[in-house]
Write a protein that binds this ligand. Structure first.
Ligand code: 5GP
Ligand code: ZN
Length: 112
C-alpha cells in the first residue's frame, strides 16, 4: 500500500520510535500518547481495519496479542493495560491500517 502512513512507518520511510519488531508485526510509540505508556502494534501485512480479518489472515492477530503480553511483562505493566482497535471512521479510526493501541501506566477508567 504505497499511500499508507503505517506501511511507510513499517518500511522506515517515516521515522518512528520502535518498541518491538519481528517478521509479522511492528510496534512503535504513538505520536500523541493518551496514557504514560501508549504504543501501537501493527501487522506488517496491510489490512485496512479489523473488518478485514478473515480465517486466512487471523493468525497475525493472535501473534500480536502474544507480543503485547510479552511486552507487558518486559516493560512492567502486565498488572494493568488496555488494548483497543478502532474500526472505521464512525469508531474513530483515522489511519486505515489495522493497529492495536496498547495503553498503560495510569488508572484506566472503566469501559463498557
Ligand atoms: P486511530 O485514531 O486510527 O485509532 O489511531 C491512530 C493513531 O496513530 C493515533 O493515536 C495517532 O496519534 C497515531 N499517529 C498518527 N500519525 C502518526 C505518526 O506519524 N507516527 C506515530 N508514531 N503515530 C501516529
Ligand atoms: Zn498499510
Amino acid at each position: 500500500m504505497n499511500d499508507c502512513l503505517f506501511c511507510k512507518i513499517i518500511a522506515g520511510e517515516i521515522p518512528s520510535k520502535k518498541v518491538y519488531e519481528d517478521e509479522l508485526c511492528y510496534a512503535f510509540y504513538d505520536i500523541s500518547p493518551l496514557a504514560p505508556t501508549h504504543f501501537l502494534v501493527v501487522p506488517k501485512l496491510h489490512l485496512a481495519s479489523a473488518a478485514e480479518i478473515t480465517p486466512e489472515n487471523a493468525a497475525v492477530v493472535g501473534h500480536i496479542y502474544a507480543v503485547i503480553a510479552k511486552l507487558a511483562h518486559e516493560l512492567g505493566f502486565a498488572e494493568g493495560f488496555r488494548v483497543v482497535t478502532n474500526c472505521g471512521e464512525a469508531a474513530g479510526q483515522t489511519v486505515r491500517h489495522l493497529h492495536f493501541h496498547v495503553l498503560a501506566g495510569t488508572t484506566l477508567g472503566s469501559f463498557n
